[in-house]
Design a protein around this ligand. Sequence first.
Ligand SMILES: [Zn+2]
Length: 261
Amino acid sequence: METTTTYQAIFYMGAITQDPPVEIRDWVSHAVVVPAWLNAAPEHESVSRVSMLVGQLHHVQSEIDAYPDEEASLTSNDANSKPIPDPAQKVLGHQDEVVGMLCDYFLSHGVEHSWDGHLWNLPLVPVSIPGEFILKRQAYLKDGRLSEAKVEDSKCVTNPVGEGEVLVRIMSLALSGDLYRVRSCRNPGCTTWFYAVSSKKIYCGDLCRFAHDASSPERRKQKNEYKRKARLEDKERQSRLKLLEAAKMPNPSSPRTRQIG
Ligand SMILES: [Zn+2]
């Protein structure tokens, strides 16, 4: 259900970036939809709210990952008798913020008729939020594959994604332990979100990787070291050349000179 105040945008580009055409299950996967939604309207209030939530969830995850094992056993065994250790205080602080953010969202039971005709589903669906950003994704389906461009005999498919739905997808990624893969680009000045299939990926693409690598202190140090070595090698080459030149010059005291003379 969309209200008249809802901001809507139709995005054809950015919905499908792969070539050849993608399978529909990839197109509607969390890994594709979540970054596409976050990148579609970064300035929108709705999107910045969700970006902040993702940031807080990342904080909670990293605090929990960094939680020392000894502290964890202390907390669970003597939860009432000992003061809460510092790492746990940090986790609780972020947790409270996350809970505060989630209070604004509501879910309701939906009714869905199953494909096989004998079943019906009662999924939890997000209640629409006034003023939320809805990303209307559109593509063309032919032979089970989607493309951005309209092809003959293809069927137009749409996938509107609102704030509530993206939240459900984000929580689902958090539950499966994959939310850490939804990242914003490490290159300062680039705010692109992406899904890191490889956990080592920290840039949205090669352009940002090259740009940031070139300006990073480690890269500058490497470059300076390379230049220093090149200068040294050049100097050595020059002095070797000078020695060779000197060796070619006729020497009055050499035996050969004496013979000719
Ligand atoms: Zn980037």
